[in-house]
Design a protein around this ligand. Structure first.
Ligand SMILES: C[S@@+](CC[C@H](N)C(=O)[O-])C[C@H]1O[C@@H](n2cnc3c(N)ncnc32)[C@H](O)[C@@H]1O
Length: 469
């Protein structure tokens, strides 16, 4: 018999502590789920995975990033690696189709369901309506049965199990008509908030549809071959021997035909390769760091670009990041690749940490809305607010102004974002050049996200500045 396991969810405040609101307003509260119960579900069942994923979706709707929400679900449910994979897969599918699922739910229910019920529907519907051309991951009637089982197992959803059954069965019966009606709404058609679509359209009137589509595609697994340890050709042969189809899509970039876990990537533990988007791999080359130079990577964690710079040249590199926990990941990557750098936990807009010696090269991969990497982080579009752009652009301007003082004459500063918004990228770069009289050197500027046979990269922005002597 299967071992039963428990999905432990966040506690609801005691009734006396809860804010007194009219029932119709309850949905405006940050959702908190009940924990004082045991979800009696088989751990290898789809119901278990659906409930775990729905818990994560509720948390994203409450403002938590999906990776953090999933980490909490994994820790509290004691899910095995296989169950974690299933929960993660369902939660990511839910994020990619949240606009459509919410529109379908609104068409089939008289009032908005409770958060956990809505989240269970948001997890179940994409499993029954896989993206065009993609195979459905489960039998449709299994999804209905297991979603109802998941609802019945949780006190916050049990009362709605009949409704869940009715809604999912109706979807199976009337799928075509329901989809036709739902997809009239742009949020359902594209699966982005309206303000996001408006912003993409305003910035890229010719390409907005392609940009939105690229953000909905599942991302590739792209590797960076460590130039210190071998060539791309030799590594492609290694992949072939391991039975993994792959192709070269950049000077050091190799894309696997099908993503696999890092434990299955040949030579990963030994530092032969790292996981890095091919667009992000442009940074180290553009920075043009040469042997013996003093280099600052000002927003370094988790260290993808730090390590690439060190793979290409023998430099004295300081890797700075405001988040000491994330700096530990830089150290782990350095260790795996047998590279060395000085790590510094500090804010890049401050000077207190600096020894006063100017740098030859500075990489400023500043904090941004991450609107260019939504194919990897599909939760971002639902978490961000329009106002985040200005806030982050203001911080980045301070960071850039401060770093400029730390660059030697004739030195180069590479400004990078993974944003699509001009306010954070081109407008920022143009204003910076004017403020400091900086010379702008050749760099790609705005790279729109692209997936295809030859090109496959996230949405990134690059501007390169030289300081006049
Ligand atoms: C886009 S990520 C950097 C990615 C990294 N360059 C790489 O290639 O792996 C931005 C980083 O900036 C850090 N950060 C945020 N605010 C910062 C600040 N004020 N000063 C320095 N680092 C900051 C974040 O912790 C995050 O690790």
């Amino acid at each position: 018999m299967n071992k039963r396991s428990t999905l432990t969810l966040k506690a609801k405040p005691a009734a006396a502590d809860r804010p007194k609101l009219r029932a119709s307003h309850h949905r405006d509260l940050k959702p908190a789920l009940q924990t004082q119960f045991k979800a009696d579900l088989k751990p290898d069942s789809l119901a278990f995975a659906l409930l775990g994923a729905a818990n994560a979706v509720v948390q994203v709707r409450g403002g938590t990033a999906l990776p953090q929400a999933l980490a909490g679900v994994f820790a509290s449910s004691g899910a095995s690696p296989q169950q974690r994979g299933a929960i993660q897969d369902i939660a990511y599918r839910a994020m990619r189709q949240l606009g459509r699922s919410e529109a379908l739910t609104a068409l089939m229910t008289p009032k908005a369901p409770e958060p956990l019920v809505g989240a269970l529907l948001a997890c179940a519907l994409p499993l029954m309506a896989a993206a065009e051309g993609a195979a459905a991951p489960y039998e449709e009637f299994t999804v209905v049965d297991q979603a109802v089982t998941a609802a019945a197992a949780h006190p916050d959803a049990a009362r709605a199990k009949g409704m869940m059954n009715a809604v999912l069965r109706r979807f199976l019966r009337e799928r075509q008509d329901l989809l036709k009606t739902a997809l009239l709404q742009p949020t359902a058609k594209w699966n982005y908030p309206q303000w996001w679509m408006d912003a993409v359209r305003a910035a890229y009137p010719q390409d907005w549809q392609g940009v939105l589509e690229a953000g909905n595609a599942p991302p590739p697994l792209t590797l960076r071959v460590n130039a210190r340890k071998g060539t791309v050709d030799a590594y492609l042969k290694l992949l072939e021997q391991a039975g993994l189809a792959a192709s070269q899509i950049g000077p050091q970039a190799v894309r696997l035909a099908k993503p696999v876990g890092v434990q299955l990537i040949p030579g990963f533990a030994e530092g032969l390769v790292s996981v890095q988007d091919s667009g992000a791999q442009l940074a180290a080359t553009l920075l043009d760091a040469r042997d013996g130079m003093r280099v600052l990577d000002a927003c370094a964690a988790p260290g993808g670009k730090t390590c690439h710079i060190l793979e290409l040249a023998d430099v004295k590199l300081t890797a700075l990041d405001a988040d000491p926990k994330r700096l530990q990941r830089v150290q782990e990557n350095l260790d795996r690749l047998q590279l060395q750098a000085t790590l510094q936990a500090a804010e890049a807009q401050d000077r207190g940490w600096w020894d006063g010696q100017q740098f030859d090269r500075i990489l400023a991969d500043v904090p941004c809305t991450a609107s260019g990497i939504v194919r990897r982080h599909p939760d971002i579009r639902w978490l961000r607010r329009k106002s985040d752009t200005l806030q982050l652009a203001t911080l980045s301007a301070k960071i850039l102004d401060n770093l400029w003082q730390m660059l030697r004459p004739n030195g180069k500063l590479l400004f990078v974002t993974c944003s699509l918004w001009p306010q954070e990228s081109e407008a920022q770069a143009a204003a910076f050049a004017v403020r400091h009289g900086a010379t702008r050197l050749d760099a790609p500027g705005q790279l729109l996200p692209a997936g295809g046979a030859g090109q496959d990269h996230d949405g990134l922005f690059y501007a390169l500045f030289e300081k006049n002597a």
